[in-house]
Design a protein. Structure first.
Length: 386
């Protein structure tokens, strides 16, 4: 066993003779550990700027690199040909202000981006366009982060004054930049995917015409608020809204005008409710409000506010005239013993009563009236949760 060990040691000494060989091997192992640590950040779920700060710390901790304990990572964001400082260690307040945004071609980092190549400086030379009183002598490595032919960022590292470029350092930093390119691409793909999923989810829950939530969202929220109201014994009210003579508006003025009426009504509704109330297009020209923590009297006040606002906001017509329109509303406070469907049916029955009694009015359902099925059936309503 010892003989084999001696052979192995002899082999290593042949590859790396003397103390330099031992140092080279140590550096190579440290490089591998650092690069592996950088690669592991790809799976990090933290925001990109936090990941880049972690990557910067990994670079600054490599013992054989002749780096000062400060540096920064710049990214190209929405603004083309401009670097934005997104992660930094040890930079002065002056630099944080002066280097927050650096155009391509300005100072060493901007030049590295414009030229798409690593730039070294062993002192504060004439390429340092950004300076301030009291800046200490130093050198730089400015390493562009490339994704294909595109510059996505620049790594800026500080060197002691007079430090010359070393091939071992530039080779290592180029490998680091390649890994950061992978990290940035991965995180941006994840962000794009997250935004796309968010848009799809929003599309599934928002009515495209009125930009209010749709019926599906309303039903989900109503179920949740009903459970909370029962659990905490708090009031919960519903308001059903229907545009008066909407078919006549479509038939007389066209569907484009009808769409404008629905859109403006939605804006009126939004202005009349609280941020935590639920407002939705229920279907056709019908809207519905869910008012948590609101009793019957308060809900009637909200409904009357909506009715008045709709009546007082005509829309301009192409011929220079104005179109006035109104809405009828039905209000019901949910009894904690009834289902959401029953509460909606009572509010809808009150709405139909408002229609029968002349339109452009608010009618309320009796809280303790028989539970909605009979009244809904007599009004000819379709099942709400079908």
């Amino acid at each position: 066993m010892c003989k084999n060990d001696n052979v192995q040691c002899s082999h290593l000494e042949h590859q790396f003779p003397g103390s330099d060989a031992s140092e080279d091997l140590s550096n190579a192992l440290e490089n591998e550990r650092a690069l592996n640590a950088l690669l592991r950040t790809v799976t990090n779920s933290a925001p990109l700027d936090a990941i880049l700060l972690e990557c910067l710390d990994i670079m600054l901790a490599v013992s054989w690199l002749s780096l000062l304990p400060k540096g920064g990572v710049f990214l190209v964001q929405e603004e083309a040909d401009t670097l934005h400082l997104v992660a930094q260690r040890g930079l002065s307040d002056e630099l944080l202000t002066l280097c927050a945004r650096v155009p391509f071609g300005k100072c060493l980092c901007g030049r590295a981006a414009a030229q798409r190549r690593l730039l070294h400086a062993n002192c504060v030379d004439t390429r340092h366009d950004i300076s301030f009183d009291g800046m200490k002598p130093h050198g730089h490595y400015n390493v562009p982060i490339l994704d294909g032919g595109n510059v996505v960022g620049v790594i800026v590292l500080y060197l002691p004054h007079g430090h010359g470029a070393k091939q071992s350092e530039t080779r290592f930093l180029t490998a680091v930049a390649d890994i950061l390119s992978l990290v940035i691409r991965q995180k941006r793909v994840e962000q794009d995917l997250k935004e796309a999923v968010g848009k799809l989810e929003k599309m599934a829950l928002v009515d495209y015409l009125t930009e209010l939530h749709n019926r599906r969202y309303l039903i989900d929220q109503l179920q949740r608020h009903c459970e909370e109201a029962k659990r905490h014994q708090r009031p919960l009210s519903l308001v059903m809204i229907d545009m008066d003579r909407f078919k006549h508006i479509n038939d007389t003025h066209g569907h484009a005008t009808g769409d404008r009426v629905l859109y403006q009504t939605a804006r009126v509704i939004e202005a009349c409710v609280r941020t935590y109330d639920v407002s939705a297009r229920f279907g056709g020209e019908e809207f519905c409000l869910v008012l948590p923590g609101t009793g019957l009297c308060g809900a009637v006040e909200v409904a009357e506010r909506v009715r008045t606002a709709v009546e007082s906001m005509p829309i301009a017509m192409p011929d220079g005239g104005t179109l006035h329109f109104t809405a009828s509303l039905g209000v019901a406070e949910l009894d904690h013993t009834e289902t959401p469907e029953q509460g909606l049916a009572r509010a809808d029955a009150a709405l139909y009563a408002a229609k029968r009694l002349g339109r452009n009015r608010v009618e309320q359902a009796d809280l303790y009236a028989p539970q909605g099925e009979n009244r809904a059936h007599s009004a000819g309503l379709k099942p709400i949760f079908s």
